[in-house]
Write a protein that binds this ligand. Structure first.
Ligand SMILES: Nc1ncnc2c1ncn2[C@@H]1O[C@H](COP(=O)(O)OP(=O)(O)O)[C@@H](O)[C@H]1O
Ligand SMILES: [Mg+2]
Length: 232
């Protein structure tokens, strides 16, 4: 999917508690690209991702996904957009505790007309042997793989990941990044990865650096480094 953001502004609160969280953000991300969004805590990364995902409204500006202006959609149209287009991965997995790995993924496959094959996804994410376990029986990395599989089963054009490796040790984090890279190559999924880990910039096609609600630097990498070669 092709992402266009034009002069997006967003604030919270009033009077003494007023904060301008996004202060005129404009950028473009090409179809099938991996984009890494970097910035310190509180810089507005999650707010931007939520706006792109139609999970939150903006005060002004436009967001277009494949030419469709999502900032003009009503709540019902937004729900359709999220269902048909988006996968979301969070730092803390958000799996349903009473469902097994496979059931957690299955729940989302019902949302799609043409979901990916369960077995293929379980294989791709190394979850086949864990398919009948509950989240409490999985390690952090396994839980995140399950959350990624859940986001991917409907084969979304756009995958939004908010600190996907933030809760994981270095080795497990790298495994997750290698998987995301494999999925980008296999399915052509456009990916936005929000992180405060500087090392991830090497694996991106495009790097966006945010500070105080503004993009202060963005650039394209001519050559993407394989996630397996990242070090931090
Ligand atoms: N619902 C909200 N109400 C008030 N302030 C918020 C809300 N969500 C985020 N903020 C504020 O917006 C700023 C940016 O937050 P966020 O986008 O979560 O940053 P990041 O993801 O880069 O850490 C922070 O100062 C945060 O306190
Ligand atoms: Mg955040």
């Amino acid at each position: 999917m092709f992402v266009e953001v034009s002069d997006v502004r967003k604030s919270y609160g009033q009077g003494g508690s007023f904060v301008q969280v996004l202060n005129g953000v404009s950028t473009r991300i090409g179809r099938g690209r991996i984009c890494v969004i970097l910035g310190p805590s509180g810089s507005g990364k999650s707010t931007l991702l939520h706006a792109l995902g139609g999970l939150d409204t903006v005060d002004s500006g436009r967001i277009c996904i494949d030419g469709k202006e999502i900032t003009r959609l009503n709540p019902e149209e937004l729900a359709d957009y999220r269902r048909d287009t988006l996968g979301f991965v969070f730092q803390f997995y958000n799996l349903i505790p009473d469902l097994t790995t496979e059931e957690n993924i299955q729940v989302c496959s019902y949302l799609s007309q043409s979901p990916l094959a369960m077995q293929e996804l379980l294989d791709t994410l190394g979850l086949t042997e864990h398919r009948n376990k509950f989240p409490s029986q999985l390690s952090g990395g396994q839980q995140q793989r399950c959350a990624i599989a859940r986001a991917l089963i409907k084969n979304p054009g756009l995958l939004l990941c908010d600190e996907p490796t933030g809760a994981l040790d270095t080795k497990t984090a790298k495994e997750i990044l290698i998987l995301l890279e494999k999925i980008n190559q296999r399915y052509g999924t456009t990916m936005l990865l929000v992180t405060h880990n500087d090392a991830l910039r090497g694996m991106a096609d495009k790097v966006i650096q945010i500070k105080d609600g503004q993009i202060f630097k963005e650039y394209d990498n001519e050559v993407r480094m394989p996630a397996s070669s990242l070090t931090w």
